[in-house]
Write a protein that binds this ligand. Structure first.
Ligand code: FES
Length: 284
């Protein structure tokens, strides 16, 4: 983690109120992992004292560039998206723990709702580069809010669900998951809390639906403790949470969510968690 200056290379509105901003930030781009985020300094002269967290949407280690997918949702994001190429901001990062992909996983299912796609977008790039097969299920309210397929790697299979049926499947994106739950070795999700809670319920019943046998532990083998990288890798579903943050480095407890083993700081223990680590009833 370092505090660095990033220079804006270009910025464009890819969906109403949603901007794709490309930054020159060589060190951040070379050390980032899918699922991590940066904390961006806001202009103090405008009275915005708190930094804002943004997920690392994509990063290009060779070019030394990264992108942020910014949805305008308040003064901070409105200020950021009005910057012009050549202007700079201070970024702290990369922060948090990213996704844990099992080296044996060949088929990855990525599930996203709305601008939450920025939480799993970088994973699509790294997974494709590693030769894995990737399917993205994307949910939105209507066609005009659907993430453009042209911004995804060609190798990715992309399926869309819209609430009003104006594009793709008519209904919830969760209704598409059943077709892929046997195919996918692992699933990774980002989006609104209601979507993640629904996916956690689906994941909890998956073993029983697929008839996956629960074999006894190998003698002498210690199970990976909940929250460890090993346990997350073995979890079928990992979720990238998004939370309002203060410090983003684990000190203020401003980002805590309820986990099954007690409070979890989204900025330190997360933002990626195994679905079974979160107490979804308390979180909802
Ligand atoms: S934002 Fe301060 S502990 Fe997470």
């Amino acid at each position: 983690m370092r505090l660095l200056t990033a220079r804006l290379l270009d910025s464009r509105e890819i969906l109403p109120g949603q901007w794709l901003m490309r930054w020159e930030a060589p060190w951040l781009a070379s050390t980032a992992l899918p699922g991590q985020f940066v904390h961006v300094r806001m202009p103090e002269w405008a009275g915005m004292l708190l930094r804002r967290p943004y997920r690392l949407n994509t990063f290009d280690r060779i070019a030394g560039e990264l992108t942020l997918h910014v949805r305008v949702a308040g003064r901070g994001s409105a200020w950021l998206t009005q910057l012009r190429p050549g202007e700079s901001v201070e970024m702290l990062g990369p922060l948090g723990r990213g996704f844990e992909v099992d080296p044996r996983s060949r088929h990855l299912l990525l599930i996203a709702g709305g601008a939450g796609i920025s939480g799993v977008r970088a994973l699509a790039d790294t997974a494709v580069a590693e030769g894995r097969q990737v399917t993205i299920l994307f949910g939105a309210a209507r066609a005009s809010e659907v993430y453009p397929a042209s911004l995804l790697p060609d190798e990715v299979e992309y399926l869309v669900a819209t609430q009003d049926g104006s594009l793709g499947h008519h209904g919830d994106v969760t209704e598409l998951v059943g077709t892929y739950e046997a195919w996918a070795d692992q699933a990774f999700a980002a989006g609104p809390p209601g979507l993640l809670a629904a996916l956690a319920r689906i994941a909890a019943g998956r073993d029983a639906r697929l008839g996956v046998a629960r074999l006894g532990r190998k003698r002498g083998a210690n199970p990976d403790p909940l929250g460890s990288p090993g346990a997350r890798r073995k979890s079928w579903l990992q979720v990238a949470l998004q939370q309002t943050m203060g410090c983003a480095v684990g000190a203020c407890l401003g980002c805590v969510v309820t986990g099954v083993q007690g409070p979890q700081r989204v900025c330190r223990e997360g933002p990626v968690f195994a679905a079974a680590e979160i107490d979804w009833e308390a979180a909802g």
